[in-house]
Design a protein around this ligand. Structure first.
Ligand code: BEZ
Ligand code: FE
Length: 660
C-alpha cells in the first residue's frame, strides 16, 4: 500500500488563447490598483508587453524590464526600491523564468500578490520555490508567499517563441514530469499530472518542429508546462535537476538547453533503479525505452544533444561531477562520483544513451514499413483495418516480448482451429466468442437505443432457412424436457405491433446439444421460423433450455481449461428477427435464476453474451395450459415482447444474417 501526503498550491490558472486580455480583471479581483509590470526586456516580447500595458491602462504604476536569469539579488533590490517609491500593490510579470523569478523575489519580500503571464514552458510560475543568486552563489528557498496567486497562460503569446527555445523549454517541462515519477514523495496526483505531461510533450514537440504555428501543439505544450510545473512544485527532484543546477550555477550553462542535453542521460543512469517509472514514460511516449526515446525526441525536434555544444569544456567535467555529488539528495539510484563522471562524459560527447537492459529493440521502422506496404490499397477501409492490425500485433509482440515458441504455439492453435472446423463446427466463432470479440462487435453495431431490445451474439449454431412453423406448433420434436409455452410479441419502440416479422428460433436440448451436434437426430429439431400475425405475435411449444458447454474438445476448449475457465453458457433461447422497414435483431433470452448468470469474471457465461434486459422469467406453472394442451406436472411460460428499431436513418447493423 502506498502512503503519501499531497498538498495542492492555492494558485489560479487562466488558460486559453487571448487570455492576456483578462489580466486587468485579475488585478482587480486581487484588489490591486497600482501595478508594477515586470519583464526581461526581451525584444521578442515587446509587442506582448505593450498589449499588457495597454490592457492594464491606468493601473500601471511602475514598470521594470530588467529581469535576468538566476534572479540576482542586486536586480531584485533595484526593483524593490521602485515598488516602495511607487507604492505598488500588485505585481504582474510577463515572460519566462527570469520575470517569474523576479516577481517571486519581490513577493517574498513584500507579500504583494503576483500575476504571472507565462510565455515559456519552464513551469516555475506554479511552484512556491525561489532560486536567487547572492554574490554569484545560487540559493533556493520555498514559502507560500512565493507561489503566484494567478498564472495566465495565453497560447497566442507562445506563437512567437522560436522553435529551438520551444523545444528546450518543452524538454525542461518534460524533465519535471520524468523526475516526478520517481520522486520519493510522488503521489497519485503527481503521477497522473506527470504522465499526461510526458505523453502530450512527446506528441507536441515533433508537431511543433514540423509546423511552428501549430496552435494545438502549442496549447498542448503550454498545458503540459503547467502540469509538469505543478509536479515540480509538489515533489522533490533528483539527479537530473541537481546536475542542471550545478552546470548552470557553476559553469553558466543555459538553463533549458542544459535540461535538454542532460535529461536522457540522467534517465539512463536511473533506469535500472526506477524501472516502473521508466516503463510508464516509455509507454506514454510510445517508445520501447524511455531514455533513448527522449534522446531521439530531442534529436528529431532539432534540440541540442551535447554539453560540448553548450560551451562546457572537457576539463570542466571532473569538477562538475565533484560538485554534483558533494551533497546527498533523493534519487532512485545511488549517486557515485564515477557514475556521474561517466554520465557527464557521455552527455558532453552527445552520445545516444544505451537502452535499459532488457528493453525491447526499436521496431518502429519495421512496423512503419509494414504499415506503409498497405498504402497502395485502393479500399481505404481495408487499408485502415490491415494497417492497424499490423500495428496492434507488432505492439502485442513487443509488449509481451513474444518468443518464437510462443508464436509457433499460436500458429499451431489456429491451424488446429482450422482443422476441426466443418460446416457444423465453427472453431473460429468459438474463439471470437470466448475472447469476447463477438460481444464487442455486437455492442459496436447494435444495442444503440434504450428503447429497443438488446442484441446478443449469433453463436455458431444458427442454420439459415429453418423449417417454417405454424403458431402454436411444438418445435421440440418429442425430445424430453420441461414443456415451455412461448408467447412472443414483436413491436416497434413505441409498442406498435410489427406484423409479418420473420422470426427464427433455435435452442439446445435438455442435455445442452443443438440438433446439428447430434447426427442421429432426424431433421431440424428445436429450431423453426415463425411469422408474426397482425398483432405482432406468435406462440409455440418447446422445452426449457438448460445451461450447456460450448464445444470444448478442440483448441478453444483446451485454451479455456489452460486458464481455468469453464465452457458453460447460461441457459437461453436464440431469436433472429427480420421485419420489413426494421433493423434485424439477433438476440437471446436467458432464463432468470439459471446457472452462469452471476459470479466473478470467468465464472459467468463463457462467451460474455448475457445482457440484463435479456434475462427474463420462464415462469413455472402447473395445471391448464394456454392452448389447452394437457401437460403432466410443471410447464413454463415465456412471455416476452421484443422491441425492434425502424431501419430509416439508423446505422444499419452489419451482423445481419441471410434468411433465405
Ligand atoms: C450459442 O449460444 O449457441 C453459442 C454461442 C457461442 C459459442 C457457442 C455456442
Ligand atoms: Fe446457444
Amino acid at each position: 500500500m502506498r502512503s503519501f501526503v499531497h498538498t495542492t498550491g492555492p494558485s489560479r490558472v487562466i488558460f486559453g488563447a487571448g487570455t492576456i486580455e483578462r489580466v486587468r480583471e485579475e488585478v482587480e479581483r486581487l484588489g490591486g490598483a497600482r501595478v508594477m509590470l515586470l519583464s526581461g526586456g526581451s525584444p521578442a516580447l515587446r509587442k506582448d508587453v505593450e498589449r499588457l500595458r495597454e490592457g492594464l491602462g491606468d493601473l500601471v504604476a511602475a514598470e521594470f524590464d530588467g529581469a535576468v536569469m538566476h534572479t540576482p539579488v542586486e536586480v531584485t533590490e533595484r526593483a524593490l526600491s521602485l515598488v516602495r517609491e511607487r507604492r505598488v500593490d500588485c505585481l504582474v510579470a510577463i515572460g519566462g523564468g527570469s520575470a517569474t523569478g523576479l516577481a517571486k523575489a519581490l513577493a517574498v519580500r513584500t507579500d504583494l500578490p503576483q500575476i504571472v503571464v507565462s510565455t515559456t514552458y519552464a513551469g516555475s510560475e506554479v511552484t512556491p520555490v525561489l532560486g536567487e543568486t547572492v554574490e554569484g552563489r545560487k540559493t533556493t528557498r520555498s514559502a507560500p508567499e512565493i507561489l503566484p496567486e494567478t498564472v495566465v497562460y495565453d497560447v497566442e503569446l507562445t506563437l512567437g517563441l522560436p522553435v529551438p527555445m520551444s523545444v528546450t523549454s518543452g524538454v525542461n517541462a518534460l524533465a519535471h514530469a520524468v523526475e516526478a515519477l520517481y520522486a520519493p514523495d510522488a503521489t497519485p496526483v503527481t503521477d497522473a499530472l506527470a504522465l499526461e505531461a510526458v505523453a502530450a510533450i512527446g506528441r507536441a514537440l515533433p508537431a511543433l518542429y514540423e509546423d511552428p504555428s501549430d496552435m494545438e501543439a502549442r496549447a498542448n505544450l503550454l498545458q503540459s508546462a503547467w502540469l509538469a510545473g505543478s509536479c515540480l512544485g509538489s515533489v522533490r527532484m533528483g539527479l537530473h535537476h541537481k546536475l542542471c543546477h550545478t552546470l548552470g550555477g557553476a559553469f553558466g550553462l543555459p538553463h533549458a538547453e542544459t535540461h535538454t542535453v542532460v535529461l536522457p542521460h540522467a534517465m539512463a543512469y536511473n533506469a535500472s533503479a526506477a524501472p516502473d517509472a521508466m516503463a510508464r514514460v516509455a509507454h506514454a511516449l510510445g517508445v520501447p525505452d524511455a531514455a533513448t526515446g527522449v534522446f531521439d525526441l530531442v534529436r528529431q525536434a532539432g534540440g541540442p544533444t551535447s554539453l560540448r555544444e553548450l560551451g562546457l569544456t572537457e576539463a570542466d567535467l571532473d569538477r562538475a561531477a565533484e560538485l554534483a555529488t558533494a551533497q546527498p539528495y533523493p534519487n532512485p539510484r545511488e549517486v557515485t562520483r564515477t557514475g556521474i563522471a561517466d554520465l557527464l562524459s557521455e552527455a558532453w560527447q552527445g552520445r545516444r544513451p544505451q537502452p535499459a537492459a532488457g528493453s525491447a529493440p526499436d521496431l518502429r521502422p519495421l512496423t512503419d514499413e509494414v504499415v506503409a506496404s498497405f498504402d497502395g490499397c485502393a479500399n481505404p477501409r481495408l487499408r485502415q483495418l490491415l494497417s492497424d492490425l499490423a500495428r496492434t500485433l507488432h505492439g502485442y509482440a513487443v509488449r509481451n516480448d513474444l518468443t518464437p515458441q510462443e508464436w509457433q504455439r499460436a500458429i499451431d492453435f489456429l491451424t488446429q482451429a482450422g482443422h476441426i472446423t466443418t460446416g457444423t463446427r465453427q472453431e473460429f466463432i468459438l474463439l471470437s466468442d470466448t475472447l469476447g470479440i463477438s460481444s464487442v462487435v455486437d455492442a459496436l453495431t447494435n444495442s444503440r437505443t434504450p428503447e429497443t431490445t438488446s442484441s446478443a451474439i449469433l453463436g455458431p449454431f444458427y442454420v439459415a432457412g429453418p423449417p417454417a412453423a405454424e403458431h402454436g406448433a411444438d418445435i421440440a420434436g418429442g425430445l424430453e424436457g420441461t414443456p415451455m409455452w412461448a408467447d412472443i410479441k414483436v413491436t416497434d419502440p413505441e409498442g406498435t405491433p410489427v406484423g409479418g416479422a420473420v422470426v427464427d428460433v433455435w435452442q439446445s436440448n435438455e442435455d445442452g446439444f443443438y440438433d446439428v451436434q447430434l447426427p442421429d437426430l432426424d431433421g431440424p429439431v428445436l429450431r423453426a421460423r415463425f411469422t408474426t400475425g397482425e398483432d405482432g405475435r406468435f406462440t409455440f411449444w418447446s422445452i426449457l433450455p438448460s445451461e450447456y458447454p460450448i464445444p470444448d474438445d478442440g483448441p478453444v476448449g483446451r485454451m479455456l481449461s489452460a486458464v481455468g475457465r469453464h465452457p458453460y453458457r447460461a441457459p437461453h433461447v436464440h431469436f433472429l428477427i427480420n421485419a420489413p422497414g426494421h433493423q434485424p435483431l439477433i438476440t437471446q433470452l436467458f432464463v432468470r435464476g439459471g446457472a452462469y448468470l452471476d459470479g466473478a469474471p470467468g465464472q459467468r457465461d463463457a462467451v460474455f453474451g448475457v445482457k440484463d434486459d435479456l434475462v427474463t422469467h420462464f415462469t413455472p406453472h402447473t395445471g391448464p395450459t394456454p392452448d389447452g394442451r394437457p401437460v403432466q406436472g410443471e410447464w413454463r411460460l415465456l412471455d416476452f415482447t421484443f422491441r425492434i428499431a425502424p431501419s430509416d436513418g439508423e446505422r444499419a447493423p452489419t451482423s445481419s444474417t441471410e434468411t433465405a
